[in-house]
Design a protein around this ligand. Structure first.
Ligand code: ZN
Ligand code: FE
Length: 254
């Protein structure tokens, strides 16, 4: 059984510390900075065995070298990002199974935000670490890949079970929720989610994690292949990747 500590970092990043009590193994996902991670490790009296990166951006890797130096951790990162992340010990490619904090985890290559972005799914716990590919009610900006690649990446995540718990890289939920309501104003489930999100943010609480099954019904970026969704939000397009592209472009200018 894996226990997850959510650590807020930088302005709106989340770093996840995974601890396996039985085997006493600890892993960190996307340490954008080292100090807040060290603070929790000290308080818990844990060593840091593994560092995992979803992609090369500094707000996900900035703490790598300091943590590695102190804890002699193993750095696991996408093979596709080998030229952008230094000192990788174990490379992962699409479909690889690696052990994270003692649990089998599947690497899912999700190009779009960056070309080499990888998400990690732990089937035993139904946990998905979605990095900057999928956010609560949103998705990452398409910086390096094409809109079509990003759409296909989101489709891969959409295939995971409804009871998957998703941990994403940023607290962007409130602004994503505002955009989602703007383009899909008649979605009652979305309105409910928006109220919950608002309450949490007003109390200064994280909105993460969230459930993938709910997300399939309320995240507009996941719904581009759904019958009649495009027309319900006023888009006269038939190909899912074109619909996705239109929604992503609207969000970029929102
Ligand atoms: Zn990023
Ligand atoms: Fe990021």
């Amino acid at each position: 059984m894996i226990h997850i500590e959510l650590i807020s970092a930088l302005s709106d990043n989340y770093i996840y510390l995974l601890h396996n009590d039985k085997q006493n193994i600890t892993a960190v996902i996307d340490p954008g900075e080292a100090d807040p991670v060290i603070k929790v490790l000290k308080a818990k009296n844990w060593n840091l065995d593994q560092i995992i990166n979803t992609h090369h951006h500094h707000d996900h890797t900035g703490g790598n070298s300091k943590l590695k130096k102190i804890y002699k951790s193993q750095l696991i990162a996408p093979l596709y990002e080998k030229d952008r992340i230094s000192d990788i010990d174990i490379f992962v490619s699409d479909g690889d199974t690696i052990s994270i904090a003692g649990a089998d985890s599947k690497a899912i290559h999700t190009p779009g935000h960056t070309l080499g972005h990888v998400c990690f799914y732990i089937p035993e716990e139904k946990y998905l670490f979605s990095g900057d590919t999928m956010f609560y009610l949103g998705c990452g900006r398409v910086f390096e890949g094409t809109m079509e690649e990003m759409w296909n990446s989101l489709l891969k995540l959409k295939l995971l079970p409804d009871d998957t718990t998703v941990y994403c890289g940023h607290e962007y939920t409130l602004s994503n929720a505002k955009f989602s309501i703007h383009i899909d104003p008649n979605n009652q489930l979305l309105k409910q989610a928006y109220n919950n999100i608002n309450n949490k943010r007003n109390e200064g609480l994280p909105t993460i994690p969230f459930l993938l099954g709910d997300e399939k019904k309320i995240n507009p970026f996941l719904r581009a292949n759904e019958n009649s969704f495009a027309s319900s939000i006023g888009l006269n397009l038939s190909s899912p990747s074109e619909i996705f592209k239109s929604i992503r472009t609207q969000k970029d200018n929102f």
